[in-house]
Design a protein around this ligand. Sequence first.
Ligand code: HEC
Ligand code: HEC
Length: 228
Amino acid sequence: MKRLIVLSCLLAFTMAFTGQALADGKALVDSNKCGDCHQMAGPAAATIADVMKRKAPDLFYAGSKFNKEWLVGYIQNPTQLRPAGTVYRNNIKTEGDKDIVGDLPKCASKLSAGDAAAVADYLMTLTDASMAAGVFKQDKFKKARAKILMKKKEACDACHMFPGKKGKPGKGGVSCPTFAGIGARLNPDWMYSFIKHPQHWDPKVWMAKREFTDAQLQLMVNFLSSMK
Ligand code: HEC
Ligand code: HEC
């Protein structure tokens, strides 16, 4: 009997504690004004005019998109993920035949380690229930085959930067998130879903929907996941 009481006390304490951490995470998102720049609730922008007004990437499906450990680190010390900004056209001036990237709006998040953990816990609850989990199969893959598909055939590097060797700057486009470190950043099931149907996540995104086989998607996501 005594043991039962101790156990149920422990349980009640744990439940209250995790509930508290989530509430704190949400309160911290509000008090740090993350929502001034990020859309914290859906739906995503449905017109080009609204896309152009976007100040920062949408976070209302953060729990489907990100790996939690990466989130905890990033919101303490954000780095540049999109070499020409969230909406690249808003930051580029054309002078003659040259495109010049202006001062880029950066993520303002500078949370302490403790606050970052609470905010990440909360962000991980913001999921899209329609996304299938456990779709990605980590497997041996041929890098050369992935590169032929992604660079030669599909020109993913027209928009995305591939990581360079040994931490050197990579090659590719600047209008979209870099692939450098993408394996640490993103949930592979989300990458699979996004590449298969980008417009499910962002109706006006300028990445085309293509008809890929499951084998092609697995190959690409295995390659991307290896970019840590
Ligand atoms: C002043 C505007 C601003 C505020 C306030 C802000 N951010 Fe950001 N955030 C940005 C921008 C701009 C980016 C895109 C940076 C990049 O791509 O390099 C970003 C990127 C991010 C990302 C990565 C998103 C992705 O899809 O790649 C996360 C996560 C994030 N912010 C979390 C937060 C949190 C949590 C807060 C509040 C504590 C916050 N941000 C406050 C502007 C802001
Ligand atoms: C015409 C430009 C373009 C091309 C070509 C393109 N993408 Fe994208 N991609 C985008 C845009 C725009 C986004 C979303 C940008 C954002 O979140 O700010 C995106 C996002 C992504 C993301 C999510 C990245 C992140 O950090 O949020 C992945 C993964 C991705 N693309 C993979 C691919 C692959 C694989 C290919 C080739 C089959 C490809 N893309 C080709 C424009 C492009």
